[in-house]
Design a protein around this ligand. Structure first.
Ligand code: PEP
Ligand code: MN
Length: 337
């Protein structure tokens, strides 16, 4: 059950409403937002609706008709636009995020940042903390990597998306990372999601290749219900049963997800293919299918990349992708007019 509020509350009003709910109604499991209050199923069972409607700031009550009411189009039918500094995601122009899988050195990130910016990418992606399937694989440069990103951000003025793997890292990420990436492995790490819900930074939530759309949107709901409206979904392919095709990008997922949610959706053609030769086709097809942007792995020397070199586009191939994307978006714009 959700209480929709008359307007976005300030801290004082929010506290007033919280006190009223807790003291008068003895509701224990509430999630408070500035725009709405979520009441859990257990409490919703017994609470008096008329009393709730008489509370200050409460506009109306929405009984839960969806497992993920805030992520669904039930309460918000128009698609969400999310601001990343001066940039917007979810509008008509696809937003392109590109860069190496992992921060390896200052020189490496600087060379890639320069190239992707020249080609028209809006956001630099690079991981400092790499959650790897094997404990023996490179785990990322950690704090040293963040320091490199801090320097690059200052020099190239590019917003940065980087994966966060534990809530304790939030403070260290705060002045350098503009979009907090939640990787496929952590899609259902609810403690992490709850902590990121309290942050005001946009969160890029990847779908684990083995999880369903409902499970993904429920994870998004954790972020929204906890107070962070800036959620960007990222599709990186599904596991298949075919040994020749360990992951595959299902184009249908774009429209299926967009029908269910107002949140922007971007595609990651690199992890969805595992092969740079396929990444371009997946990237262009995903945009054609309605994706709001891309997260692409690009490396200045893919053959020498410490992680995911096989699926990383060279800077030259990224430029080719951006050229084709420009043609594609021009066609899409022409169709709209
Ligand atoms: C990544 O973006 O480099 C990454 C590790 O992706 P995923 O979480 O989708 O495996
Ligand atoms: Mn990667």
């Amino acid at each position: 059950m959700i209480l929709l509020l008359k307007h976005q509350l300030n801290e004082k009003e929010l506290q007033e409403l919280k006190d009223r709910l807790l003291s008068f109604h003895d509701l224990t499991c509430l999630s408070f937002n500035k725009q709405n209050v979520v009441i859990t199923a257990n409490d919703a069972f017994s609470v008096d609706r008329t009393e709730l409607l008489n509370l200050p700031y409460v506009d109306r009550i929405v009984e839960q008709e969806s497992e993920y009411p805030l992520a669904s189009r039930l309460l918000k039918s128009d698609s969400s636009l999310i601001a990343i500094g001066p940039l917007t995601i979810g509008g008509q122009k696809p937003l392109i995020m590109a860069g190496p899988c992992a921060v390896e050195s200052y020189q490496q990130v600087a060379a890639i940042a320069q190239a992707i910016a020249k080609s028209g990418a809006a956001v630099l992606r690079a991981g400092s903390y790499k959650p790897r399937s094997s404990p023996y694989s490179f785990q990322g440069l950690g704090e040293k990597g963040l320091e490199i990103l801090r320097q690059i951000k200052k020099e190239y003025q590019l917003p940065i998306v980087s994966e966060i793997v534990a809530s304790e890292q939030l403070a260290a990420f705060s002045d350098v990372v503009d979009i907090l990436q939640v990787g496929a492995r952590n899609m259902q790490n609810y403690q992490l999601l709850k902590a990121l819900a309290k942050s005001n930074k946009p969160v890029l939530l990847k779908r684990n290749p083995a999880n369903t759309i409902d499970e993904w949107l429920l994870s998004a709901e954790y972020l929204l219900a906890g107070g962070n409206p800036n959620v960007i979904l990222c599709e990186r392919g599904s596991k298949t049963f075919d040994s020749h095709l360990p992951v595959a990008f299902n184009l249908n997922i774009v429209s299926a997800v967009k029908k269910l949610t107002h949140l922007p959706l971007i595609a990651d053609p690199s992890h969805a293919s595992g092969d740079y030769k396929l990444a371009e086709t997946i990237a262009l097809s995903a945009i054609l299918a309605g994706a709001d942007g891309l997260l692409v792995e690009v490396h200045d020397q893919p053959d020498l990349a410490v992680t995911d070199g096989k699926q990383s586009l060279s800077c030259e191939n990224f430029q080719k992708l951006m050229d084709k994307l420009a043609t594609l978006t021009a066609i899409k714009d022409e169709q709209r007019t």
